[in-house]
Unconditional design. Structure first.
Length: 292
């Protein structure tokens, strides 16, 4: 998910010292279910532990190709990490300190922060600037780098991640969540059923329309509507994308192949006002559903 003036995967030294002044304090717990809890990473070591989780999932499990410096450090790291907040899920049943207990993570970038630096990560794949410009009164939040360790890919872990996102959005008065969501592999045709379902049923239109950047979009309209079995299409989708759809999300026009990460990406757009009332009630209108 960067503006053309900023290369997100350039070689950089894996140090996060600039985060200490921002995240050196303790962070409040945003949600808790059993031994699991979610909050923002509070210091450099916790951020690096989240980056190590991302490395395990993206590189060791999915085969992503990162810059040499990141591969040597065994951290999924890029320059956006310095300006983002890092949501983490912690399992207190694991021995060790908090950095040893991190089992899931999400990277959060607010519009006001992106505007002060080099824009949004997803702008390297999708033309998000016109979308944002059409909504000058709304504050956007980019969600990215979502990953969960295999033993924790359960409903309650996902609920905590969404509780964290929800609480964070309410705290900062944010109006729209968006970001890249991925299908495995670099051949969109392998996901013809799911991509066609998204194109015919969840395409962002009007003021929410957004397309791929730089002519890199791949056709998502791979099957006619009458050939798309909705149930089978939903079953074939990654859980993250299904979760977005349940909340009321839309997708942009065209998929983008990310060869470095070995994925086919779609842009998800979720205005908070569009989130189903039953989910607002479930997570808590005041973000307290899982906070105690």
């Amino acid at each position: 998910m960067t503006l053309e003036i900023f290369e997100p995967r350039t070689e950089i030294t894996p140090r996060m010292d600039s985060r200490i002044s921002i995240q050196g304090r303790g962070e409040p717990v945003l949600g808790r279910i059993g031994t699991l809890e979610t909050r923002l990473a509070a210091n450099t070591r916790e951020i690096e532990a989240a980056q190590a989780i991302r490395y395990r999932v993206f590189v060791e499990e999915m085969g992503a190709e990162l810059p040499a410096s990141a591969m040597r450090a065994r951290l999924d790291i890029d320059a956006f990490d310095d300006i983002c907040d890092h949501l983490i899920v912690i399992d207190r049943a694991i021995e060790g300190d908090t950095a040893d207990q991190i089992v899931a993570t999400y990277r959060l970038l607010r519009q006001e922060v992106a505007d002060r630096h080099s824009g949004f990560y997803s702008a390297s794949e999708f033309d998000v600037a016109p979308l944002i410009a059409r909504h000058p009164g709304k504050k956007f939040l980019e969600l990215g780098r979502s990953c969960v360790l295999p033993p924790y890919r359960t409903k309650r872990t996902v609920e905590l991640l969404w509780q964290g996102n929800w609480a964070y959005a309410l705290k900062h008065g944010l109006d729209v969540m968006f970001g890249c969501a991925s299908f495995p592999g670099i051949f969109p045709e392998a996901h013809a059923l799911a991509l066609s379902f998204l194109h015919h049923n969840s395409l962002a239109t009007g003021s929410w329309a957004v397309g791929a950047a730089g002519g890199h979009g791949r056709n998502m309209d791979l099957m006619p509507p009458e050939a798309v079995n909705a149930r089978k299409a939903l079953v074939s989708m990654p859980p993250l994308i299904k979760g977005y759809l349940r909340l009321g999300a839309m997708v942009g026009e065209g998929a983008v192949v990310d060869r470095a990460f070995g994925t086919t990406d779609v842009l998800v757009v979720l205005p908070i006002e569009s989130i189903s009332s039953r989910y607002v009630n479930y997570y808590g209108a005041d973000a307290q559903r899982f906070a105690c």
